[in-house]
Design a protein around this ligand. Structure first.
Ligand code: ZN
Length: 158
């Protein structure tokens, strides 16, 4: 596959996820809730997370919100990729995603869908859009139960 084709394919994945996200809604029950806002574009993401009994593994992630194609596709792909992951693995993924936004990393084959967003690294103004959901997730995972009931995070200062 040529680089051009690959880019088209990735663009297609982003548009498809934007038009028909597969992970929209709220988890049941909600163990973590976090809202994130990206003022530079107007994206807003509300994440809900369902954890296992020991609270160290993610069972489900869902999102609601409004945003551009990049923000929504990123949230949708992230939610899917996180299912079944331990919290420490999820935080590692956050870091890897942020490194990918600098054009310095990719996800391994089992998470390659996330690489569809790798091209965003070439568009600095959109990086915040792609990062928003990961940012929000990190905030959601780093608090203890209940504390983030009205969590709100903005990436304006980044
Ligand atoms: Zn955006």
């Amino acid at each position: 596959m040529t680089l051009g084709n690959l880019r088209d394919l990735y663009q297609q994945v982003i548009l498809e996820r934007y038009k028909k996200p597969r992970n929209k809604g709220k988890t049941d029950p909600v163990h973590r809730f976090q809202r994130g806002h990206n003022p530079s574009c107007g994206d807003t993401i509300e994440l809900t997370v369902q954890l296992n009994e020991a609270r160290d593994q993610i069972q489900d992630v869902k999102f609601e919100g409004e945003g551009c194609a990049i923000a929504i596709a990123s949230a949708d792909l992230m939610a899917e990729a996180l299912r079944g992951k331990r919290i420490d693995e999820a935080l590692e993924m956050v870091q890897r995603f942020q490194t990918m936004m600098k054009g310095e990393a990719e996800f391994p084959p089992e998470l390659r869908k996330l690489n569809a967003l790798g091209g965003v690294a070439q568009f600095p103004v959109r990086i915040k859009c792609a990062n928003l959901t990961w940012h929000t997730l990190k905030a959601a995972l780093e608090v203890t139960d209940g504390v983030a009931a009205n969590g709100f995070i903005s990436n304006e200062t980044e």
